[in-house]
Structures are given as structure tokens and as C-alpha cells.
Design a protein around this ligand. Structure first.
Ligand SMILES: Nc1ncnc2c1ncn2[C@@H]1O[C@H](COP(=O)(O)OP(=O)(O)OP(=O)(O)O)[C@@H](O)[C@H]1O
Ligand SMILES: Nc1nc2c(c(=O)[nH]1)N=C(CO)CN2
Ligand SMILES: [Mg+2]
Length: 227
């Protein structure tokens, strides 16, 4: 999504977590040193159902649902669960804080990894991004995008995967391995998950509005901004 639309949402996130914007901007500038323009054609999702895979503990019981989708976008450790179940991931979305070795394996195999830079993962970016195959790295930021560092919207690894699939033209998003009321997560993670939920509702609303416009049932596609 364009940054003007994302910025008010981003401001709310910064305020809620107390993250400084300049920390995210510095991280963006660090990843920018390694980032190359990404060939989005290879991830064209037009007409596709995309499985957007989260890493809730419930994933292992339902992971085979990904098999029916045309593409599989997996967040963080969900990529390991998907691969261990015998399915190929089309894109891993990660801030490299859990399983960077999987990101390394995937880019070496030629599978793209959306690597996200933010104010709290600069050492991980510096340690891992130079080791990834540059042609298979899609660098992202939650701050204002620059050069080959993109911002499609979204915050946690999982909801960023959904925003990416949407931007790439996905006809349907199928959520596998999501549990917003997971009792096993700690307070900080629960707060991030609440944002993920809010952002996915926002995305869903935008997609519905877009499709109603296509059906000629609405005049305006302006989304209701998050407060
Ligand atoms: N119950 C859940 N527990 C954890 N993640 C969940 C859950 N439900 C959905 N998700 C999604 O799965 C993603 C990957 O989860 P994982 O715990 O491996 O990631 P993470 O690297 O800690 O995530 P992040 O860095 O985005 O906080 C999360 O970013 C979130 O969007
Ligand atoms: N500054 C900052 N940004 C983030 C963080 C984080 O811990 N700090 N975690 C994220 C994924 O959960 C996404 N964005
Ligand atoms: Mg992560």
C-alpha cells in the first residue's frame, strides 16, 4: 500500500509500543546497503489462492490445508513446519529473530525471503542479510520505503505476509496456523498479535471494498483509517 495510507497506522503502532521512528529508519538504511531491486514477476499471485501461514501452535494439526493453495507464504517458524510436512514454501516472511538458518537455506535453494528491518533487529540484519543470496531477498521496512527496501504494510511477520500477497494480486487469502487467543503466548507477543488481528481486519475490509467497486456496488474505495 502507499506510504501515505500506511503512515497513520504506523504512527499508532509506534505510539502503542513506544518504538522510535528513527530507529526503524536507521534499520531500513542498514538493510538498504545489501538490498537489490526485487523481481516481483516471479511472485505474481493474480488469480491465486495464497495460504498465509502463521506459527500458532495449532499449525501442526492443520498444516496440510496449505496443499490446496496455489502459493504458500509462511511467516517465520511456520516455514519450518510447512517444509517438515513436505510442502514447498513460495515466500518466507521474517524479521530473522527466530530461524534465520531457514532463511539462509531457502535463498540458497532459490526461494525468496522477505527480510524485514526494524529498530530492534539491526544486529540480526547485519549478521544474516549479507549471507543470504541477494537475488532472492525482498527487503522490507515499516518506515518510509527507499530504493530497493519496500513497504507493503503490515507489522508482524504473519500479517506482513498477508499484505504482500494482497499487493501481489492474490484473489483469495487462506489463513492457516493462526490463533489470536493463543494462551501460550506472553504479554508482549499477545499485544503484537492484537495488532496483527486488527491489521488483518483492516486488510479484509479494504479487499471487500475493492471487490465491491469492481462489482459496481460502491462509489468509494477509501478505507476507514485505524484510530
Ligand atoms: N498464536 C500465535 N502465536 C505466534 N504467532 C502467531 C500466532 N498466530 C498467528 N501468528 C503469526 O505467525 C507469525 C510467526 O510466528 P512466530 O512466533 O514464529 O514469529 P515471530 O518471529 O516471533 O513473529 P514476529 O517477529 O512477527 O513477532 C507471527 O508473526 C504472527 O503473525
Ligand atoms: N521496532 C520494532 N518493530 C517491530 C518489532 C519490534 O520488536 N520492534 N517486531 C516486529 C515483529 O513482531 C515488527 N516490527
Ligand atoms: Mg519474527
Amino acid at each position: 500500500m502507499n506510504f501515505e495510507r500506511w503512515n497513520p497506522i504506523y504512527e499508532s503502532i509506534l505510539g502503542d509500543f513506544g518504538y522510535p521512528r528513527d530507529g526503524d529508519e536507521r534499520a531500513r538504511d542498514v538493510i538498504s546497503e545489501y538490498a537489490e531491486p526485487f523481481d516481483f514477476e516471479r511472485l505474481d499471485c493474480a488469480g491465486d489462492a495464497v495460504a498465509v501461514v502463521g506459527a500458532a501452535p495449532s499449525l501442526s494439526a492443520e498444516v496440510d490445508r496449505v496443499g490446496d493453495a496455489e502459493k504458500i507464504f509462511a511467516a517465520s517458524t511456520a516455514a519450518d513446519v510447512v517444509r517438515d510436512a513436505g510442502h514447498d514454501v513460495d515466500l518466507m516472511v521474517t524479521d530473522l529473530d527466530k530461524n534465520p538458518g531457514t532463511a539462509l537455506d531457502l535463498t540458497r535453494e532459490g526461494t525468496p525471503v522477505a527480510a524485514h528491518a526494524h529498530g530492534d533487529n539491526v544486529p540480526l540484519i547485519e549478521a544474516w542479510v549479507p549471507r543470504l543470496e541477494p537475488a532472492h531477498v525482498l527487503a522490507t521496512t515499516q518506515a518510509e520505503p527507499v530504493d530497493a527496501v519496500y513497504n507493503f504494510g503490515g507489522f508482524t511477520d504473519g500479517d506482513r505476509a498477508a499484505f504482500l500477497a494482497d499487493a501481489l494480486g492474490a484473489e483469495e487469502l487462506r489463513f492457516v496456523g493462526w490463533d489470536f487467543d493463543d494462551p501460550t503466548v506472553d504479554g508482549a507477543k499477545a499485544k503484537k498479535l492484537r495488532w496483527a488481528e486488527r491489521l488483518l481486519h483492516y486488510l479484509e475490509r479494504r479487499r471487500e471494498e475493492r471487490f465491491s467497486v469492481l462489482d459496481g456496488r460502491r462509489d468509494s474505495i477509501e478505507p476507514i483509517p485505524l484510530s
